[in-house]
Design a protein around this ligand. Sequence first.
Ligand SMILES: CC(=O)N[C@H]1[C@@H](OP(=O)(O)OP(=O)(O)OC[C@H]2O[C@@H](n3ccc(=O)[nH]c3=O)[C@H](O)[C@@H]2O)O[C@H](CO)[C@@H](O)[C@@H]1O[C@H](C)C(=O)N[C@@H](C)C(=O)N[C@H](CCC(=O)O)C(=O)O
Ligand SMILES: Nc1ncnc2c1ncn2[C@@H]1O[C@H](COP(=O)(O)OP(=O)(O)OP(=O)(O)O)[C@@H](O)[C@H]1O
Ligand SMILES: N[C@H](CCC[C@H](N)C(=O)O)C(=O)O
Ligand SMILES: [Mg+2]
Length: 483
Amino acid sequence: MICNELIKDIKCTDILGDTNVSISGVNIDSRKIKPGHLFVAIKGTQVDGHEYIDKAILLGAVAVLCEKAPKEPLSDITYIVVTSTEDAVGKVATRFYGDPSKHLKLIGVTGTNGKTTIATLLYNMFRKLGHRCGLLSTVCNYIEDEQIPADHTTPDPIELNELLAKMVEQHCEYVFMECSSHAIAQKRIGGLNFTGGIFTNLTRDHLDYHKTFENYRNAKKSFFDHLPKSAFAITNADDKNGMVMVQNTKATVKTYSVRTAADFKARIIECHFQGMYLEIDGQEVGVQFIGKFNVSNLLAVYATARMLGKQREEILIAMSTLHSVNGRMDTLHSPQGFTAVVDYAHTPDALKNVLLAIHEVDGKGHVITVCGAGGNRDKGKRPLMAKQAVQLSDKVIITSDNPRFEEPQDIINDMLAGLDAQDMKKVLSIVDRREAIRTACMLADKNDVVLVAGKGHETYQEVKGVKHHFDDKEVLAEIFKQS
Ligand SMILES: CC(=O)N[C@H]1[C@@H](OP(=O)(O)OP(=O)(O)OC[C@H]2O[C@@H](n3ccc(=O)[nH]c3=O)[C@H](O)[C@@H]2O)O[C@H](CO)[C@@H](O)[C@@H]1O[C@H](C)C(=O)N[C@@H](C)C(=O)N[C@H](CCC(=O)O)C(=O)O
Ligand SMILES: Nc1ncnc2c1ncn2[C@@H]1O[C@H](COP(=O)(O)OP(=O)(O)OP(=O)(O)O)[C@@H](O)[C@H]1O
Ligand SMILES: N[C@H](CCC[C@H](N)C(=O)O)C(=O)O
Ligand SMILES: [Mg+2]
């Protein structure tokens, strides 16, 4: 593509060099530059991309999108100067990849918890309804059946548009994607054309990055602020911030609720370990999920399908065949007769919801929770997670999650700081996650529930920059085999 074409939608403050140059690729990372590429220099949280302009040119970049032109520009390089490269990169990326989101019905899901669940269930449902679909999620990206491993909940703008372009090529009609608060704040989704947006809920997380809850909320809200008039915005009326999210949106607002008046409503009729009977929009349906929070998730799925033109009956029939998402309330039954639940709860609110869901099940014995907290992430959530686990469990084993670059014992200590002497009577701490899970299983009797929280689908444990193979479900299966 000719550079001129590529920068059509962005406001340049200065241009040096020939804009008729042909661009063969766009990249924000100098290490990925190939001859003929445009390098976009972005100021990040660790380094300033402008420091890598020379490196990018050395690797063959022919053009640079930047916020300040170098003092000694090279004559054979085109420099495009803008006020914010972060703002511009999405527009350039969508243009380079042929504006793929315009050829798709793209639905974004945002909120603290439930994004992966809702996006995945929508993808599964719309495939069951006979459509070709794509999914961009924390667990994995999909183009129909093809799996593309995901490093992030929301990919960077280049990878994102490249994936969407592949989805268009594969004739996908619908794409369901998670929009993380980091991605919204960093404008990874800039320039995309959304058909609809969904808000799940907002509780504390990621304050290491956003600093204040208000910034975190505003990041989520800006997703709705930027939706076009033609789009729909589906929000959770049960969440304190549900209406705040959509107060400045141009999109058509619809609400869902399990508690109050709303456009889409649901209630639980019955709940078993195998699933629940629900009334959704006045119609009864059996689903293979448990937990009140999953009623909200399913209702968001229902509301979205309705807004996309599907009929009540076809949605509910498809919904009754859906099952839990990898690592979300994933149950395994031990030979000794206790149940292990592997769940991705890694915030205080998620832990609370998962434990409440376990308590809703009839006939269960004691609840033993194994949990930790991730290193180099929001430290403030650690004591709250420990407290939540203790309040709703009979025994808690505090252990390691992904320590990343922190000392595992320091993270555990941060968690223990949230507990008083009475709480401590219920608590053991074991740094080695495998040993922690094994101990929980040894303590469990028939009908007890062992909740292994925090890592869900993850198949690794990240220690000092190295990802070691670790899979909670695999570890449980090994323990079950040995006993
Ligand atoms: C804190 C955060 O979000 N960081 C993301 C951010 O990186 P950054 O701003 O720190 O970038 P940086 O390292 O300072 O580099 C600045 C620029 O220089 C470039 N660079 C850097 C080095 C070099 O040699 N050459 C070069 O060109 C970089 O490509 C970048 O464009 O932008 C990068 C490109 O998009 C992301 O890969 C990176 O994700 C890091 C690895 C990360 O861990 N992110 C997590 C926290 C995250 O994004 N999580 C969310 C939500 C999680 C959830 O689901 O709750 C997600 O969407 O996954
Ligand atoms: N609607 C909900 N409300 C509260 N908690 C939920 C809800 N849905 C799921 N959870 C809990 O949060 C955990 C994460 O769920 P899910 O992966 O769907 O969320 P997510 O928003 O994609 O998270 P992430 O930001 O890490 O990608 C689940 O394992 C469950 O414990
Ligand atoms: N997407 C979230 C996932 C956290 C999962 C938990 N296992 C951890 O490592 O903290 C994050 O990057 O903060
Ligand atoms: Mg997710």
